[in-house]
Ligand binder design. Structure first.
Ligand SMILES: Nc1ncnc2c1ncn2[C@@H]1O[C@H](COP(=O)(O)OP(=O)(O)OP(=O)(O)O)[C@@H](O)[C@H]1O
Ligand SMILES: O=P(O)(O)OC[C@H]1O[C@H](OP(=O)(O)OP(=O)(O)O)[C@H](O)[C@@H]1O
Length: 332
């Protein structure tokens, strides 16, 4: 144990979900960022071979607390776990990672008497996300006048919604008579439908994010944190974007560059054909088929798509002048 603590000294600590839905994608991300390591069986800490980093494998829901207190410097987790653990102040969100997307939703039996959150207010709700569920229903209870804030004590008075914790299989709670409604995560909706439930409201949408501690204990680690974040941002962007390249008559440039504005601006190159130019621009993968249709209609020719192996884009480091990868910024 002492030997392990000694070998971790001076290294940047990076928390990775140890299992579950975020685990495999997190490992892919590390590979994309060329973070090399070998994880020994049952050991939750491992040293990175090509950077002064130690990976710490933790439950996704515990990661925000470790990061917020500065026990680890960086981490990957779901946005829901940050709000649920009330650690927003100690955690800086650097980057959305494009996986682990789902919704935290209020659900009730499809064929039951309760069909709106207003009808559910004041009754029994169970969830694994009691902080978020209590905040949601407190606001609703206040709005509906079920509870009031006592001016003198600052305490809530009245009978509000009772939100209780269950650790798993939340969807079974209504059928078992434990609750009138639940607050649970929904991804495909299969679990919800199989339990005869349907969603009547969304508390939040969430996805996996790269986070850093607002209280990084060793300022000399900041450049390494930035470098790793930049590499991961590059990997995320290279999965999200492709390069769209085409030839077009020069006079059509004002039209086609509106279709492919790029991240910063498209690259325009001259070609050995009078009056024609070649254009290349980064385009989001999910809209690229539409973009190609529009380009052809507008008069572009020889359109093709190039996959990105890797790239470097800006990340948000809590600095006012650094856009996130979701905002328009430098790039082609
Ligand atoms: N369908 C889903 N169900 C639950 N979590 C999901 C889903 N899709 C994405 N997520 C994300 O994954 C996180 C949960 O990760 P994980 O499965 O490791 O949770 P855990 O509660 O730590 O593990 P476990 O429930 O197995 O003990 C959620 O907080 C959420 O951000
Ligand atoms: O919309 P879906 O794609 O069906 O996914 C949502 C379900 O997945 C999670 O449960 P998990 O499988 O982690 O099991 P748990 O009940 O033990 O938390 C979540 O709590 C939902 O029940």
């Amino acid at each position: 144990m002492e030997l392990l603590a000694e070998s971790m000294k001076g290294r940047m600590l990076f928390a990775i979900p140890k299992k579950g839905r975020l685990y495999t994608k997190s490992l892919e991300m590390l590979e994309g960022a060329d973070v090399k390591f070998t994880r020994s069986h049952r050991l939750d800490v491992c040293l990175v071979q090509n950077h002064p980093i130690a990976l710490v494998f933790l439950p996704a829901s515990d990661i925000p607390r470790f990061v917020a207190h500065g026990n680890v410097d960086m981490g990957i987790t779901g946005q829901d776990t940050i709000l649920e653990s009330n650690t927003q102040d100690g955690v800086t969100e650097l980057l959305k990672l494009g996986f682990g997307g789902c919704k935290l939703q209020v659900q009730v039996p499809e064929k039951g008497p309760i069909q709106s959150v207003e009808q559910l207010a004041g009754k029994r709700v169970v969830s694994s996300y009691t902080t978020l569920a209590r905040d949601y229903f407190r606001e609703l209870d206040l709005r509906l006048g079920l509870i009031k804030k006592d001016e003198k004590t600052g305490e809530d008075v009245g009978q509000g919604t009772r939100v209780e914790y269950v650790g798993g299989s939340v969807e079974a709670a209504c059928a078992l008579g434990l609750a009138d409604g639940i607050v649970d995560l929904v991804e495909s909706g299969e679990t919800m439908r199989a339990a005869g439930l349907h969603a009547i409201s969304t508390v939040m949408t969430t996805e996996a994010v790269l986070i850093k501690s607002t209280n990084v204990k060793h300022p000399d680690l900041v450049p390494l944190i930035k470098r790793i974040a930049s590499r991961i941002a590059g990997f995320v962007a290279s999965n999200k974007y492709v390069i769209c390249q085409y030839n077009v008559p020069r006079e059509l440039l004002p039209v086609v560059t509106k279709i492919t504005p790029g991240r910063r601006a498209p690259t325009i190159s001259s070609i050995e054909d009078d009056g024609w130019v070649a254009v290349s621009a980064m385009v989001e993968k999910k809209i690229v088929a539409n973009v190609m249709d529009q380009l052809v209609e507008a008069g572009a020719e020889d359109t093709f798509i190039i996959a990105l192996q890797n790239c470097r884009v800006e990340t948000r480091f809590g600095l006012p002048d650094s856009p996130s990868v979701d905002e328009p910024g430098p790039g082609i």
